[in-house]
Design a protein around this ligand. Structure first.
Ligand SMILES: [Cu+2]
Length: 198
């Protein structure tokens, strides 16, 4: 889903939006997320898709019995589930350059990066593709290369051939607030060497 300018302005007007990746399309909260994270969480993020878990817990110290922390990690893709983003799975291959755009409304000087994350283990594959050690979003209009930048898809073997397993995760930790946006993608299966044997 592409955020239209109108939708973006709506978000700005409605809430304390802080930050979100606007391109490529990222996971959004829907039915699949509600099934494991619960209705309170989904309502919260549907009201402001750019909010953050610390604010969620401030507003809702307990999330209700339909929140399943074993299946809903609020610090991985904000808890948003692959099932809500199956229409937006990108196809990348090693060496592809991916242009990303980020919307920052309120500056919070901090750390940020973009990594390939294996969502089944919540682990970063390799090292971050880009990172800002300590000066991310320090000002209201951050340097252009903090909101428009490219990352290059690394060699991933066959770890990202199944949709839902791998995401490009933008991660921003600013003044104790955690922001994440996830782009679902797959890479093609490598050809088995057996094919080439006589
Ligand atoms: Cu804030």
């Amino acid at each position: 889903m592409q955020l239209t300018v109108t939708a973006l302005l709506g978000l700005v007007a409605a809430a304390n939006a802080h930050g979100i990746v606007t391109s490529p399309a990222t996971r959004t909260p829907g039915k699949a997320t509600e099934a494991v994270c619960g209705k309170t969480m989904v309502d919260f993020y549907q009201a402001d898709n750019t909010s953050y878990p610390e604010a969620l817990f401030r507003a809702h110290p307990t999330l209700g019995s339909d929140y399943n922390p074993a299946k809903c990690n609020l610090y991985l893709c904000r808890g948003y589930q692959f099932g809500d983003n199956t229409a937006n799975v990108q196809s990348y291959k090693t060496g592809d350059v991916v242009d990303m755009s980020v919307f920052i409304r309120i500056p919070h000087k901090g750390y940020a990066n973009v990594s390939v994350v294996d969502t089944t283990t919540n682990s970063v594959i390799g090292t971050p593709l880009i990172s800002w050690p300590d000066n991310y979003a320090a000002t209201l209009n951050p340097p252009a290369n903090q909101t428009k930048f490219s990352v290059t898809i690394p060699a991933l073997g066959d770890r990202c051939t199944t949709a839902g397993t791998c995401v490009l995760q933008w991660y921003w930790l600013g003044q104790g607030q955690t922001y994440e946006s996830c782009v679902d993608f797959t890479t093609p299966k490598s050809m088995s060497m057996k094919l080439f044997k006589a």
